[in-house]
Structure formats: structure tokens, C-alpha cells
Design a protein around this ligand. Structure first.
Ligand SMILES: [Zn+2]
Length: 544
């Protein structure tokens, strides 16, 4: 709170001058020793106020990056324009980019600085099928009908992190602080198909702490096991039979589609006898060519979710046997391939506590009447309580046990969180009550709601980055928690096998189909201040 007031009261230049002067006084002598913690704490406080002011000063840049990534609208593994653009921004600011990391053309790392600590700043970049939507419009109105869109809001995550990284770089240069920043994207998060490969490729080998960012409708962080959350294995079963004339001599054929259908029927009966915490769902990815040809090939893609590693592996065993049973029944053969995986999430307590202090200091964005009007109209459209945008920060939560977790979505940040101390900041760039993985989650994603939320989130990440850079005790505590509490009875082992590789051809056809239409709407910040302006949208546009 104090920060918001202090910073809005001063203009940025004044704030930076004042802070530089102050910190100059504090830094002039030797670095304060731990025995004399007061000056160190006071210096950190001053630097935090300065870095928040610096993030405020980069608001336009954050907005432009958020709008730009929104306009690309790229699905997992096809984040080509997104990655080209974001790495370009980072290179312009002196970061060294390595592309094509872990066998994924759209994955990369961008490093700056030297020495310890090494702080990784990440967020996802991919979007959702069929979620194209005009921002700022509170009812379904696609930019390109049927096209993918940011129906979760991943477009603001890396703009937030890049803003935080640049603010940290400014302080590190000025104060001559040791440390390395590594900005990285979550590729194909919606397929849960990127991060386990980044871990396996050693991207986090020298990392001391990872601050991850995910869009939300509030501002918060938690530690310990996640609630309403699962890990998963994403696996496709492919059956092979024999073609024949479906009417003339069907007895000469063996139907792979029959096998897919029998597997699904079997699974849906078995579902009753699985734990309530389990969740599973499938889509048929291949069902044959045409009705008068007995389908030789058919495949079905399952997400198998459970709340711990052993149970995910057990679930896979059940599915494997189910597939073998269906192959036996239909006289077909079956193979399988792992497409993705995610470990259940567990977040670091000391870093979450430090981040939560910064969250309280930054506070929620100041929403204006237009923001609230859009939010309430979107909530009305979806039949949700019309409470508008978040106005309160919830408590820091943690200390739940596995028995409190009845399962839910997954995020492959779990694999990173079991490799190095990690937290996820949830920042307020979306509307409470909107539907995730749906066009409605795109409504706010390139509007002042998303922009303000990303700026608030960037302040918190930058301030927590300073905590890590200046407090060796925090880094030590986070590793103590990671080794002696989190990993005490559970050890990370990948759900992917050594032979599994990312299938980076996924979504290629869909993007090929829609990219030319989407390209006509790519954001041009040289002509338009905002994407709303470029699209000619009055903010907010709501039903009368
Ligand atoms: Zn997400």
C-alpha cells in the first residue's frame, strides 16, 4: 500500500534520483554485515521502492508486449512469431539468447549478468484452440472465427517477466550486484509438453530460484502442495488393423476404430472404480478415412491425472492394459506414445513468504469504471456473479496435505518446482468468473485490465528478485526447505522416459490454416498506441 501511494505521488524521475541518492549513502561504506541487519534491510526497502517506480515507468513497454503477443495468437509448439519477438526485445536489452533449447524450436533462454545467484524468470506463451476474441468486448466476437486465441491469458506472462528482468538489470548495473537472470518461456503448456524436456536438458542446472508467473483474477502466491490441482501423463494410443470394403466384405477387415471405441467404453466403466481425486479425459485424434473403408488406423489421446507420481504411473498401467484389451477384442495391434507430462506442483515456502510481503506492499491495481464495466458485463454474459474485478488480496496459503487436494488442472511448472525452489505468482490480468480455455478468457487479455495486472505482477517479481539478490539467507532457507521439507520423502523422477521427445509438429496444421488470417491483425505499435485502438474497439464494448 505504502508503495502505491509513494510511487503515484512522485514522478518516476524524482523517485529514481531520490533512491539513487539514498542507496548511495547506504552502499558507500562496506556492505552491512549480518550482525547489523538494519542498514541492509533499509537499503533493500529503498531499492524495492525504486524498482517498483522503474516498473511503473515501463508501463507502455509492458502494454505493447502484452498486446503484441495477444495478436500473434499462437498454439503450443507453434509460438514462432511470439518467440522471435520476445527474444528480439531481450537481445535489444543486452541479453544473450540461446534458441532451440531442448529440441524445441520455439524454446529459448535469455541470460544476462554473471555469478550467483542465478534467478530464472518464466511464464507460458501458448494459447487455446478456437478462443479468438476481440479484446474489450464483453460477448463472443472473434477476431478470426475458429482461430486460436489467448483464452487463458498467457500473452501477458512473459511481458511481465521481461519488465521485471529489465528493472532488475537496471538495479544490478547501478548497484554492481552479482547475479544472473535467465528469462525462459513455457512452450506448449496447454499440452503439458514443454517443461519436463527443459528440465531434462539441464536448463535449471545452475539455477538457485525460479520465479514463475501465471495469469489469474487476483494477486497471490502459495506454498506447499497445490490444491485443486493434479499432475498428469498425456499419452496417445494408436491401433492398427486392416482395411476392407465395409459393405462388400467387412469380415476381411479389422477395425482400429472399434478398438478406440472399446477402449473408451472400458475406461468409462472403470472410471467409477478410480479414486475421486483422479481425472481423465480423451479426444479421438484419428478415426478412419471414410465409412466404406474399414478403418485401418485409429488413435485416442488421453490425459491421465492424479495427485502424486506413483498414482499417475498406476493410472497409466490401467490405461495400457485397457488398450491391450481393446486390441485383443478387435484383433488389432496397439502402440502408445507419451506427448506430455506434469508433476504435481509444490511451491517453496521461504520464497512464497518473501513474495507475499511484496504482494501486500504493491497491492492490487487501481481499476477504473471502464475496467469494472467490462468485467461486470462479461460476468453477466457468462451467468456469473457480477462482482467486478478483484479488490482484496487473499491470505498467504500453504500447509495443506495431499488429502486436501481433490484434483484439478495441471501445470508442468511442477517439474521445475521439483528441480529448484520455485513459486508461481498469480497476477490479476483477468476477470473473476470467466471460463478458462474459452473465448471469454480472451476478453480482458489485451485491455487495461491485463496491462495493469502485468505491471503489478512485474513489481512483485522485481522486488522478490531483489530479495534473492541481496539476501543470501533467503536463498539458503529456500534450499533448506526444498531439500529437507519438500523432498524429504519424495524424489523427483521424470514421468517422461529417456526415449520420449517433444512432438514439435503438433498444432502445425491448425496454425498453417489460421496464420494468414491472423497476420492481418498483428499489432503495429508504430501506428497504434494500443491493440484496442488498432482494432477500432471502444473500451469497453458491452451489450446495451
Ligand atoms: Zn496456463
Amino acid at each position: 500500500m505504502f508503495l502505491q501511494l509513494a510511487i503515484s505521488a512522485m514522478n518516476r524521475a524524482v523517485a529514481v534520483v531520490a533512491i539513487t541518492a539514498l542507496s548511495g549513502v547506504l552502499v558507500a561504506g562496506q556492505t552491512p554485515t549480518p550482525a547489523d541487519p538494519q542498514p541492509a534491510a533499509a537499503r533493500l526497502d529503498v531499492l524495492k521502492r525504486g524498482i517498483a517506480a522503474d516498473v511503473d515507468g515501463m508501463r507502455v513497454m509492458t502494454q505493447q508486449m502484452t498486446d503484441m503477443v495477444f495478436s500473434f495468437g499462437e498454439l503450443g509448439f507453434q509460438e514462432i512469431e511470439t518467440s522471435k519477438y520476445l527474444t528480439g526485445v531481450l537481445e535489444q536489452h543486452g541479453f544473450t539468447v540461446e534458441r532451440g533449447v531442448a529440441g524445441m524450436p520455439t524454446a529459448w533462454t535469455a541470460r544476462w549478468g554473471s555469478g550467483k545467484p542465478v534467478i530464472a524468470l518464466g511464464s507460458d506463451i501458448d494459447d487455446i484452440p478456437q478462443a479468438s476474441q476481440k479484446p474489450g468486448v464483453a460477448y463472443h466476437d472473434p477476431i478470426v472465427a475458429g482461430a486460436p486465441g489467448h483464452g487463458e491469458g498467457h500473452n501477458s506472462g512473459l511481458p511481465l517477466q521481461i519488465t521485471a528482468a529489465l528493472a532488475l538489470k537496471h538495479v544490478m548495473e547501478r548497484e554492481k550486484l552479482s547475479g544472473t537472470l535467465v528469462v525462459w518461456p513455457g512452450v506448449a503448456e496447454e499440452l503439458l509438453a514443454g517443461k519436463a524436456y527443459l528440465v531434462r536438458a539441464g536448463v535449471f542446472k545452475d539455477v538457485d530460484a525460479c520465479l514463475f508467473a501465471h495469469v489469474s483474477d487476483g494477486l497471490g502466491v502459495r506454498w506447499g502442495e497445490a490444491t485443486a490441482s493434479s499432475g498428469l501423463l498425456s499419452i496417445e494410443y494408436t491401433f492398427t488393423g486392416e482395411t476392407a470394403h465395409s459393405a462388400g466384405a467387412p469380415w476381411r477387415g479389422r477395425s482400429a476404430l472399434d478398438a478406440v471405441e472399446l477402449m473408451n467404453v472400458g475406461w468409462n466403466f472403470r472410471r467409477e472404480h478410480l479414486r475421486l481425486q483422479h481425472r481423465s479425459h480423451y479426444v479421438i485424434t484419428g478415426g478412419g478415412d471414410q465409412p466404406n473403408v474399414v478403418p485401418r488406423n485409429a488413435s485416442v489421446w488421453y490425459f491421465l491425472r492424479e495427485t502424486d507420481f506413483d498414482r499417475i504411473v498406476q493410472l497409466r498401467g490401467i490405461a495400457d492394459r485397457m488398450a491391450q484389451g481393446a486390441a485383443l477384442m478387435t484383433n488389432t495391434e496397439v502402440t502408445s506414445r507419451v506427448i506430455g507430462s506434469a508433476w504435481p506442483q509444490h511451491f517453496n515456502r521461504p520464497i512464497a513468504e518473501a513474495m507475499y510481503t511484496n504482494i501486500r506492499a504493491v497491492g492490487l491495481p487501481q481499476w477504473d469504471a471502464d475496467d469494472q464495466t467490462l468485467a461486470r458485463a462479461a460476468q453477466k454474459e457468462l451467468g456469473q456473479p457480477q462482482n467486478g474485478l478483484a479488490t482484496e488480496i487473499g491470505p498467504l496459503t500453504g500447509a495443506v496435505t495431499a488429502t486436501d487436494n481433490y484434483g484439478g488442472g495441471s501445470d508442468d511448472i511442477g517439474d521445475v518446482a521439483w528441480t529448484v525452489p520455485t513459486v508461481t505468482i498469480r497476477y490479476p490480468s483477468n476477470i473473476p468468473g470467466i471460463q478458462a480455455h474459452h473465448w471469454s478468457a480472451s476478453i480482458a487479455s489485451a485491455t487495461p485490465i491485463a496491462h495493469k495486472g502485468a505491471t503489478a505482477g512485474a513489481k512483485v517479481v522485481a522486488m522478490t528478485g531483489l530479495d534473492l539478490l541481496l539476501r543470501a539467507d533467503l536463498v539458503a532457507q529456500s534450499w533448506d526447505y526444498f531439500r529437507n521439507v519438500q523432498s524429504k520423502s519424495t524424489r523427483y523422477q521424470p514421468l517422461i522416459a529417456p526415449g520420449d521427445v517433444p512432438d514439435t509438429t503438433m498444432n502445425a496444421k491448425t496454425m498453417e490454416q489460421y496464420r494468414p488470417a491472423l497476420a492481418k491483425f498483428y499489432y503495429d505499435p508504430s501506428k497504434y498506441k494500443t491493440y484496442l485502438e488498432q482494432l477500432g474497439i471502444t473500451y469497453p464494448t458491452v451489450k446495451k
